[in-house]
Design a protein around this ligand. Sequence first.
Ligand code: AMP
Ligand code: GLY
Length: 430
Amino acid sequence: MKVLIVGGGAREHALAWKLRRDDPSLELIAAPGNPGIAELARCEPIAATDIAALARLAHQERVDVTVVGPEGPLDAGLVDHFRAQALPVFGPTRSAARIETSKSWAKSLMARAGVPTATARFFSDTAAAKAAARQLGAPVVIKATGLAAGKGVVVALTLAEADDAIEMMLDRRAFGDAGAELLVEEFMTGEELSIFALTDGTHVVPMIAAQDHKRVGEGETGPNTGGMGAYAPVSVATQATADLALDRVFLPTLAAMRADGCPFTGLLYAGLMMTPTGPKVVEFNCRFGDPETEAILPLLDSSLLEPMRAIAAGDSLAGAPALAWKNAAAVTTVVAAGGYPGTVKSGDAITLPAPRDGVTVFHAGTTRDASGALVTLGGRVLAVTAVAETLADAQRASAGYAADVQFAGRQFRRDIGWRDLQRASSASRA
Ligand code: AMP
Ligand code: GLY
């Protein structure tokens, strides 16, 4: 079997790593891939959004399944293009990807489907947006409605902060056209969970929940990032929570999308907040989360390749077995460049410690310079996952390895998984 992975970050590295374990004889191609993926796959220098070139490659190579990592190519219509050429592909069509790419479309879908989420209104006018923020009162959430790499959300604690965010998006176009329209949203409180589900559009094979750490600093301080780390499983994600997520979020959302004529196939990501009145959707994503994938996949014992192949082939997941998970904990610590999530420098030499048992290093933003040396390329550089019997051991091993990674200005959080560790220590004191 031959698989093409589209993308070149740590999520795609984790997908390549898992698919290779599922079938050691698998032929893997990645476009564009990265130096970490290159140890598992043949990398082709084709951009993830160059859909025509990717389709040519898939034809030439007789690829059995193309797996799309990032949202960009999905939004650009990769799946529509591949399906029109009868190329099996894992991921949603462009119109189904709107569940992530258009927050306004996602909100109205949730309203139609009766899926619990924060109330929100949409504005492209600065004064009207500011007035709505005053109506809701602080804290209030301001979001760019288009794609902004996880950075288009401001949780404003005061109305002055809300005004700043509104001006930044609408007047100063800090996120370009992604911020031409914004959403003023009710502030919710509660713990966040990321739950992924594989789906053929109707049936769902859920994964275990993970928790992302979006703030750059330890103890959830500083600005939001694309994610500084993740862990799985999460103790608040009980079976009852998983059942609620299935019955109140995934199934009604998929049914509403089928009814709208844009069934969702691939991996649907629900970002949930466990509010005092039950789980509510913060956002949907139309693809695997990053860095949650790097924490979840190393815990997956059963095959990912088989359900992915089935979904790409258009087969039904009815009767598909539930996934089997290790009885262990995983912590992923992201090692980022200095200055991230602001402007960062690239091209700094990276020195990796020797491999360690239970630790897997996924490459996020790395490349090779002219002499072949591994150097940084962008904000998030590496995702270091440790799997251990306990969360505390996994955190220790993950942060310990991250601390031994060397490159100029590197930063990482030592506290990934802190909420569950805090819960465990207060439970043991009780
Ligand atoms: P998003 O990109 O929509 O996932 O938002 C990024 C982060 O902002 C989320 O993970 C939350 O931590 C926070 N956030 C988003 N929406 C809300 C909300 N309505 N209430 C409180 N926090 C929110
Ligand atoms: N971890 C958040 C995301 O993938 O969007």
